[in-house]
Design a protein around this ligand. Structure first.
Ligand code: ADP
Ligand code: ZN
Ligand code: ZN
Length: 767
């Protein structure tokens, strides 16, 4: 008899261990690691995932007590190494085991057991997004005269949806309950035609003309050094880390491509992580043009079916290079030679829901477990990675930094000017654009070049502020500062989505809620306003393209705006942070940052690092071609080390100041930090739950050197959607095992209805 260790996926209970089941002989070949199975557990049926098998019966359990696996529901989605990685994540991030296993499952194939009533039989509810579902429904000409019965609301919904064009039946049924039955009925009446198309969904993504980057004739000295270090780490096969510290445009992507080529040559594939936002056709195109069909792409904008197909390409071994966002780490690639994380400093590599993992840390563990190398690339490496490279080791593997300080060929780093906006104001400048920026924009127009203007939207931009007391009106339900929208003259809350016409908030006379002053004024500007002012400033031959959350909502909009910018002869691209990343347009000669310092006011110890990273990234968009580039940074805080470092092209100016502050305040990279947030409707319950936890943590961590418990205190966002939010911060020495200390304490808290607790280890969002 064989036995399986099974992680149970029961939503209402956080079980922190795997359970043992017997594998009936009939299921021997199927009930393997990675399989989804049906088992009985304390008088109910439950779905579980096999995380290991053995010939030995589990110790300490009488043989007749061990239940058999009832059914295998889905074939294996992951191997033993992946199962080990899931267990590691659960420990490291103090999260429930099923949360850590779920990311490894095949996309769109989840199974749950439910029942309609407490005494009704258990039923399986399956998501089925396999390759079988490539069935397309389309309206026939008969649809024009067809009038569905008054009671047939689903048929009406299906016809309505199909008026936009043919759709997959699977997608219809994802949005319209009961769509399948309706499609069948409509097909019988000749109103809808269904065709089966066995195609690779999402295979048709177009690529920008600039995407098919040719292979360079020779690598630069920096690139060769990076490549040598990566080869050595890959051959050592123990998870060594290479940090490619290369200025923007120094050819990091080219290094990844060459390193992957060498890894493929010895039969090992690569996982390549890029930030979601820079996972554009341009990036993907560069990998496709080098590796063709060997590339699978995984990101959140794919439909469930598309994601399944890409995932299946990897599992079947047809694609050995996986390019994707954070979650591509969990793709079923068995032979891994390289894990590559581009823009490794990006904060989006930290997941903000359970499992709250950081891709860099999971990737390091994965590389170690699979005997691969981890490659981190950035122009502005995280302080954590820099510190580990300085020490040379972390968690038993070596960390090496390779510098690439120059751009290949004629392209040189741009010239950076920092403009003090307070000074502009004193000398009468009231425009969004400073004098130097206006002059530079006019030059771009004259020379028929291109410019990129970035408007920082994170932080305190675009708020209504009292000119007398500095108060910013907040949402009465969420304690989030309200943002001001010029079009429509509205105040909006970004937490709950409520809006108020300015005149109705807080009362019809629009006075300051704090001091009663009438001098409320918009502080900061929106992309819309920049776009309008540009149109007045520049001659009509300059195309102005705006890229922000509003203009990129539709699928493919991001892409088509970039294509317009690429095709234009002379254009200005105005956008939010999203334009800072990855764009590689050689004709851009000017980059302007409208408001560089807004984020510096956020209560977050990483605010300065964020600001510095963003400025370096956006500055790197200038002068990537033959013509030299120029960067103009507008700020009210010209003396800040981040501004001075960017202007001087000298990271040390920023690092020295920042590291001193981090050391002084005992923050990462010199410490680890966990943020425990509790929220719920009842303020008293939230308080007492967190007070109990704080007492327990204080007792356990005690006076151990380097441990510190801060709070509990109200979160910066003290109310969201009428839930009270309080938090507790735990600081620990850099190498400490925070998860091991916190997990049992949180698990032992008495459960209270309506109170949620989230443990965020190595937290990035402290608000
Ligand atoms: P990064 O990823 O560091 O921003 P890229 O890899 O995108 O840099 O390279 C920037 C530009 O330089 C690209 O257009 C790329 O094709 C080109 N490039 C990269 N390496 C070389 C090289 N060795 N010789 C010439 N051009 C190169
Ligand atoms: Zn006021
Ligand atoms: Zn709100």
């Amino acid at each position: 008899m064989r036995y399986a260790s099974v992680v149970l996926d029961i939503p209402t209970r956080a079980l922190d261990a795997a359970f043992d089941y017997a594998i009936p002989p009939a299921l021997e070949g199927e009930a393997v690691t990675g399989a989804t199975v049906l088992v009985s557990f304390s008088h109910r049926m439950a779905v579980g995932y096999v995380v290991g098998t053995s010939d030995e019966p589990p110790a300490g359990v009488p043989a007749e007590k061990i239940q058999p696996i009832a059914q295998v529901l889905a074939p294996s989605a992951f191997d033993d190494v992946a199962a080990g990685l899931a267990a590691w994540m659960a420990r490291e991030y103090a999260c429930p085991l099923p949360d850590a296993v779920r990311p490894f499952l095949a996309p769109g194939q989840k199974v749950r057991v439910t029942r309609a009533a407490p005494d009704a039989p258990w039923e399986l509810a399956c998501e089925r997004t396999g390759a079988v579902d490539a069935r397309w429904a389309a309206l026939t000409p008969a649809a024009n005269d067809f009038v569905p019965a008054r009671s047939a609301s689903r048929q009406r919904a299906v016809i309505e949806a199909l008026r936009q064009g043919p759709q997959r039946v699977s997608e219809l049924s994802a949005t319209i309950p009961g769509a399948r039955a309706a499609v069948t009925a409509l097909e019988r009446r000749g109103v809808v035609a269904v065709r089966s198309l066995r195609e690779l969904r999402g295979g048709g993504d177009t690529t920008l003309s600039t995407a098919a980057a040719p292979r360079p004739e020779a690598l630069t000295a920096g690139q060769r050094a990076a490549l040598a270090a990566i080869d050595a780490a890959r051959e050592a096969a123990r998870g060594d880390v290479v940090l490619v510290d290369g200025v923007t445009g120094s050819g990091k992507t080219e290094v990844y491509l060459a390193a992957i080529e060498r890894s493929l040559a010895v039969g090992r594939g690569a996982l390549v992580l890029v930030p979601e936002i820079s996972l554009t056709a341009q990036t993907v195109g560069r990998f496709r043009s080098r590796f063709g069909d060997d590339v699978a792409v995984l990101h959140s904008r794919l439909s469930a079916g598309e994601r399944f197909d890409q995932w299946d390409l990897v599992r079947s071994g047809r694609a050995r290079v996986v390019v994707g966002a954070r979650s591509a780490l969990f793709a079923p690639l068995a032979q891994v030679g390289l894990v590559i994380i581009d823009e490794e400093h990006e904060f989006s590599y930290k997941q903000d829901k359970s499992p709250r993992y950081h891709a860099r840390e999971v990737a390091a563990e994965l590389a170690r477990a699979r005997g691969a190398a981890l490659v981190l690339g950035s122009a502005t490496p995280s302080l954590e990675s820099l510190e580990r490279c300085r020490e040379g080791r972390c968690r038993g593997v070596s960390w090496t930094r390779v510098e690439m300080p120059e751009r290949p060929g004629a392209s040189v780093l741009p010239d950076v000017t920092v403009v003090d906006m307070a000074e502009q104001f004193r000398s009468g400048g009231r425009s969004v654009f400073s004098g130097p920026l206006v002059d530079a924009l006019r030059e771009v127009a004259e020379r028929r070049e291109k410019a990129v203007l970035m408007l920082n939207r994170r932080g305190f931009a675009n708020f209504l502020m009292c000119r007398e007391c500095g108060c910013v009106p907040e949402c009465p339900h969420c304690s989030t500062a309200l943002t001001y929208h010029e079009r429509g003259h509205l105040l909006a809350c970004h937490s709950c989505g409520r809006t108020w016409p300015v005149r109705a908030f807080p009362d019809p006379s629009t006075r300051c809620p704090n001091c009663g002053s009438r001098y409320l004024a918009a502080f900061g500007v929106g992309t819309q306003r920049v776009e309008d002012e540009l149109a007045m400033l520049l001659p009509p031959h300059v195309e102005v393209i705006r890229m922000d959350a509003d203009t990129t909502r539709a699928k493919g909009a991001h892409q088509s705006l970039l294509e317009r910018f690429d095709a234009a002869e002379c254009a200005v691209l105005v956008g939010t942070q999203m334009i800072a990343k990855g764009l590689d347009f050689p004709e851009v000669t000017l980059v302007g940052v409208i408001n560089a310092d807004t984020m510096l006011k956020l209560p977050d110890f990483r605010a300065a690092e964020r600001t510095y990273d963003l400025l370096e990234q956006v500055a790197g968009r200038a002068g990537r071609g033959e013509r030299p580039g120029r960067v103009i940074v507008q700020t009210y805080w010209a003396t800040h080390p981040a501004m001075r470092a960017v202007a001087a092209h000298d990271r040390r100016v920023f690092l020295d100041a920042e590291l001193a502050e981090r050391a002084e305040a005992h923050y990462p990279p010199y410490a680890r930090l966990a943020n425990v947030v509790a929220w719920g409707r009842g303020e008293k319950d939230v308080r007492s739950a967190l007070d109990a936890l704080a007492a327990a943590v204080r007792e356990r961590a005690g006076d151990a050197s380097g441990w510190e418990v801060l709070g509990p205190a109200d979160c910066v966002k003290a109310r969201v959607k009428d839930r009270f939010r309080r938090h507790l911060m735990v600081k620990a020495p850099a190498g400490a095992d925070l998860g091991a200390l916190l997990a049992p304490l949180v698990a032992s808290l008495p459960r209270r209805a309506g109170i949620n607790i989230a443990v965020d280890i190595d937290a990035y969002d402290l608000m």
